[in-house]
Ligand binder design. Structure first.
Ligand code: TYC
Length: 120
C-alpha cells in the first residue's frame, strides 16, 4: 500500500523521497510536522413559534448574545419572518451554554421558544 502523510490527520509532509520502485513503501523517508487544527465552530439558531412574545425574544438576544436593542429587534424579526436565524457562532462548549441558558430562561417564563446548535 502506498503510504503518504495525507493518510495521517494532523501530520504534514516535510520530506517525501521516491521509493525504489517495488511496492511503493520501501526507501520512503517521511518527516512529519505537528499541525494545529482549529476547533470546530457551532452556529446557535433561534427558531420561530407562534406564542413567544416578540419583546421576550428581543430581551433574550440582548441578555445572552450581547446585542443592542436595534440589532436584537432586527434578528427577532428575521426569525419571525423566516422561521430561523443564526444568532451567534461559538466553540462547542460556549454554544452549549448559550442554548441551555436560552432554554432555561424560556422555560422559566413558560414560553415555548426553541434554541438549537449545529456544526458550522
Ligand atoms: N412569532 C412570534 C410572535 O409573533 C415572535 C417570535 C420571534 C417568536 C422569534 C420566536 O424566535 C422567535 N409573537
Amino acid at each position: 500500500m502506498k503510504l503518504t502523510p495525507d493518510h495521517i490527520p494532523g501530520l504534514a509532509p516535510a520530506i517525501l523521497m521516491s521509493s525504489d520502485g517495488d511496492d511503493g513503501d520501501a526507501g520512503v523517508v517521511v518527516e512529519t510536522k505537528a499541525r494545529t487544527k482549529r476547533p470546530p465552530l457551532y452556529k446557535v439558531l433561534l427558531l420561530n413559534d407562534d406564542y413567544t412574545p416578540m419583546e421576550f425574544v428581543v430581551a433574550v438576544l440582548e441578555r445572552f448574545f450581547g446585542m443592542n436593542h436595534a440589532q436584537a429587534f432586527e434578528i427577532m424579526l428575521t426569525v419571525h419572518k423566516k422561521g430561523v436565524a443564526v444568532v451567534g457562532v461559538f466553540s462547542h462548549e460556549i454554544a452549549e451554554t448559550k442554548v441551555a441558558q436560552v432554554m432555561d430562561f424560556a422555560r422559566q417564563h413558560q414560553h415555548p421558544l426553541q434554541c438549537t446548535m449545529e456544526k458550522e
